[in-house]
Structures are given as structure tokens and as C-alpha cells.
Ligand binder design. Sequence first.
Ligand code: HEC
Ligand code: HEC
Length: 243
Amino acid sequence: MELRVSSRRIFRPLLALLLIGSAGVYSAAKAQTQPKAPDTMEARVQGCTACHGSHGQGTDNDYFPRLAGKPADYLYNQLQNFREGRRKYPPMNYLVTYLSDDYLHQIATYFSQQRPPYPTPAKPTVSASIVARGQQIVLNGDASKQIPACAACHGKALTGMEPAIPGLVGLHADYISAQLGAWRSGSRHAIAPDCMHTIATRLTDEDVNAVAAWLSTQKAPQNPVPAPARSLKTPLACGSEPQ
Ligand code: HEC
Ligand code: HEC
């Protein structure tokens, strides 16, 4: 399991980067003989779509996340996190190293406005009791372990909240558990106070598998827009989400 995820994490992205790299060389060679291509947003994000899909819908790869429709400030915070090293994934760190705040902001806004369809929800690969435990944690939390309901901040419809809490629908189980694992191990950080670090460290491996399994089987709602800013009172303070 670990091996499967890690070999995909390394080889597929590298292949995609090689393709992007060679496309860059090719277009640079072409640019000498042809007029410059227009600088549209579609052109700017072309290097992103191999991994995130043509409209940020994600791909079949278990590890490449959907970007479309997540709040703009959430996406912007993540691009900054990759640039400053608060999140670690070498192809992403490399791609955003030399991009300005303004450029990152435009990319974030672009993907936040995309509305491609959601993937078909996954079929559960774990037992019904594990899936039920996941549903329980997401919708109600676990007071005995001071775990707040995920829906308290990510919204009842799990489409997130403006300006900076992401939706949790349309993500693969492997991606979700990898992110919770990264918060637990300290390789992913958010703006302090990092509420997700606090929450993730209260979850056991079993809890992580259960929430990831249940979330990945959920269908996106008809109108998958994030809840309005401040419409939910978050049970913990999160540095990235002003209250
Ligand atoms: C080689 C594949 C690849 C390419 C190319 C790529 N990404 Fe990513 N991106 C990923 C992966 C994998 C992650 C999750 C990494 C992690 O956190 O471990 C990610 C994460 C992200 C996130 C955070 C998503 C979230 O929900 O937290 C954003 C935003 C993002 N990428 C934007 C971009 C943009 C913009 C580009 C183009 C400039 C781009 N990516 C190009 C693979 C890629
Ligand atoms: C107190 C509010 C709060 C609660 C409760 C909460 N979250 Fe979060 N969550 C956030 C914020 C804020 C972010 C964005 C952090 C950042 O900027 O990186 C986030 C981000 C995430 C992400 C990253 C999504 C991505 O695309 O990379 C995942 C996964 C996640 N939360 C899962 C959960 C789960 C599972 C639970 C319940 C066990 C939960 N969250 C409970 C506030 C919360």
C-alpha cells in the first residue's frame, strides 16, 4: 500500500514534469520563428493541467487533487505554502518557486471559478463499520477524543467555506489520508494557529482511514459552492480563516 502510493508519487509526476519541460523547450524553439502566443490564463495554467486536469477537476491518479471550485484564498495559501516550503511535494515546490504573489493570486482565482463536473464517487473498499465510523467523525466528531465534527468547518455539504476552507468532496481517499498524515508528521503546515494540525494529531490511523473512506464515497451536492464567509462558527481558531 505504502509502496504503491510512493511509487506513483515519484514516477508519474516526474514523467509529467518531463513532458512539461520538453514542451517548454519545444515552444521556446518555435517562438524564435513564430509570433508570441497570447498570454491567456489558459496558457499560463497549461503546465498544471497534466496533473490537475484541464479545468482543475483532478485526474484518475489517486494523489493529484481537484482544485476546481475551492475558495480562492485557500488555493492561494497553498501555492504560497509550496513556495515557502510549508508544504512539501518537489514538483509543486519547483513549479511555484519563481512565481510572484500577484501571479499566484490570478491562478488561484482562475481555478476557484472553474466548475467542471465531479468524479463518480468511489465504491467503498473497506468494511461498512469503518465507513460508518468515518461518517460519524465527519458529521458529529468524537467528543471523547476532542475531535470536532469536520462538517463544523468544512460545511454540512462538505463544500468548504469562504474565504479559505476547502471542500472535501471530489478528493480521492489516498489524497485525504496523505494530507492528514502530513499534518500529523509535521510536513504540512497552515497559517498559525494550525487547527488542522491540532485535529489531525487527535486522529488515530484507523480514524484517518475511516474519514478518508467515507469522504471519497460522497456525492457532490447539486450546487457545490463553498458556504459564505463566517456562516459557520469554527470550533477551533484557524489562522487561515478569519472569524
Ligand atoms: C507533476 C504533477 C503536478 C503539476 C504539474 C502541478 N501540480 Fe499542483 N499538486 C500536485 C500534487 C501531487 C499535489 C498534492 C501534493 C501534496 O500536498 O503532497 C498538488 C497540490 C496543489 C495544490 C493544493 C491543492 C489542495 O487542495 O490543497 C494547488 C493549489 C496546486 N497543486 C496548484 C497547481 C498549479 C497552479 C500548478 C501549475 C502551475 C500545479 N499545481 C502543477 C501535482 C502537480
Ligand atoms: C476548526 C475548523 C476545522 C475543522 C473542525 C476541520 N477542518 Fe479541515 N481544514 C480547516 C482549514 C482552515 C483548512 C485549510 C488549511 C490550510 O490552509 O492548509 C482545512 C483543510 C483540510 C484538508 C486539506 C484539503 C486539501 O485539499 O488538501 C483536509 C483533507 C481536511 N481539512 C480534513 C478535515 C477532516 C477529515 C476533519 C475532521 C476530522 C477536519 N478537516 C476538520 C479547518 C477545519
